[in-house]
Design a protein around this ligand. Structure first.
Ligand SMILES: Nc1ncnc2c1ncn2[C@@H]1O[C@H](COP(=O)(O)OP(=O)(O)OP(=O)(O)O)[C@@H](O)[C@H]1O
Ligand SMILES: [Mg+2]
Length: 224
C-alpha cells in the first residue's frame, strides 16, 4: 500500500505539488499529465528520492524519507535514462551486482544474471559492454537489474521512451506478467490498456483519478 497524505512539494520557491491525497493498492497504477505537472516528483517520493515538503508518504507503513533503506528494498525504481542506473561494465555484471545480497556464490550469480538477461530478451549479451548496448537494450537491462532484486513495488518513470515497437510490446507483455505492484509514469497512453487506475496530475494537483477510460477522457479534455 502506497499512501500520500496531503502531500505538497516545493523546489525552493517553486511549488510543484499541492494537497495530493492518494491510497494506491491496485496492482497497476499510472500517473499521467503534462510536462512539468509533477509526476516524476510524486513517483520519486515512493522510494525516498524526493521528500515531501508537507504531508507524508508511506509505503507499507514505512516513511521513505526516514526509512529509506527498508523502503528501497521493497520499491524498485526504473528511470527514464538507463545510463543513470547501469553501474557495471558488462550487462551480466550489472545484473549480478543486483544479486550481490542474495548470498549466492559468484558463479551462480553470473548464471542467474545470464538467465535473467535471456528471459528479458538480452540472451547472449551477458559479456557485452553495457555502455555499448543500444538505448532500448540499456532500458531493458536497467529493468532487468531492478527486477533481479525482486521488489514488491516497481516504479517506472517513462521506461519506454527509447524502445522500438517490438521492445515496447515486449515491455507491455512483461509488465502484464509481473506479480509486483507497478506504478508507471508515462506519456504513452497505449501502455495503459490493462491498468486498474490512472491518476491525472495537472499543475501539481490530482485532477482525475479513475479507471483508464474515464481518466484519459479527462486528460484529453484538459489538452483540447
Ligand atoms: N531538482 C529540481 N529542482 C528544481 N525544480 C525542479 C526539479 N525537478 C523538477 N523541478 C520542477 O518541478 C516541476 C515538476 O517537475 P517533474 O519532473 O515532477 O514533472 P513531470 O510531470 O515529471 O514532467 P515531465 O512529463 O516533463 O517528465 C517542474 O516545473 C520542474 O521544472
Ligand atoms: Mg517526469
Amino acid at each position: 500500500m502506497i499512501e500520500f497524505e496531503d502531500v505538497g512539494h516545493s523546489y525552493g520557491e517553486r511549488v510543484v505539488l499541492t494537497g495530493v491525497d492518494l491510497r494506491l493498492a491496485e496492482r497497476r497504477v499510472a500517473f499521467v499529465g503534462a510536462n512539468g505537472s509533477g509526476k516524476s516528483t510524486l513517483a520519486r517520493m515512493i522510494n525516498g528520492l524526493v521528500a515531501p515538503t508537507s504531508g507524508r508518504v508511506l509505503v507499507d507503513g514505512l516513511d521513505p524519507s526516514r526509512q529509506g533503506r527498508e523502503v528501497r528494498r521493497r520499491v524498485g525504481f526504473v528511470f527514464t535514462n538507463p545510463d543513470s542506473q547501469i553501474v557495471m561494465p558488462t550487462a551480466g555484471e550489472d545484473v549480478a551486482f543486483s544479486l550481490r545480497r542474495a548470498g549466492l556464490p559468484r558463479r551462480e550469480r553470473a548464471e542467474r544474471a545470464a538467465a535473467l538477461l535471456a528471459e528479458y530478451g538480452l540472451g547472449g549479451y551477458a559479456d557485452h559492454p553495457a555502455h555499448q548496448l543500444s538505448g532500448g537494450q540499456k532500458q531493458v537491462l536497467a529493468l532487468c537489474a531492478v527486477l533481479a532484486l525482486d521488489p514488491a513495488v516497481l516504479v517506472c518513470d517513462e521506461p519506454t521512451t527509447l524502445l522500438d515497437l517490438r521492445n515496447k510490446r515486449r515491455f507491455v507483455e512483461l509488465l502484464g506478467g509481473l506479480e509486483q505492484q507497478v506504478v508507471l509514469v508515462t506519456h504513452d497512453l497505449d501502455l495503459l490498456g490493462g491498468f486498474d487506475r490512472v491518476v491525472v496530475i495537472d499543475g501539481g494537483r490530482v485532477v482525475a483519478d479513475d479507471e483508464p477510460e474515464p481518466a484519459l477522457r479527462h486528460y484529453r479534455a484538459l489538452v483540447t
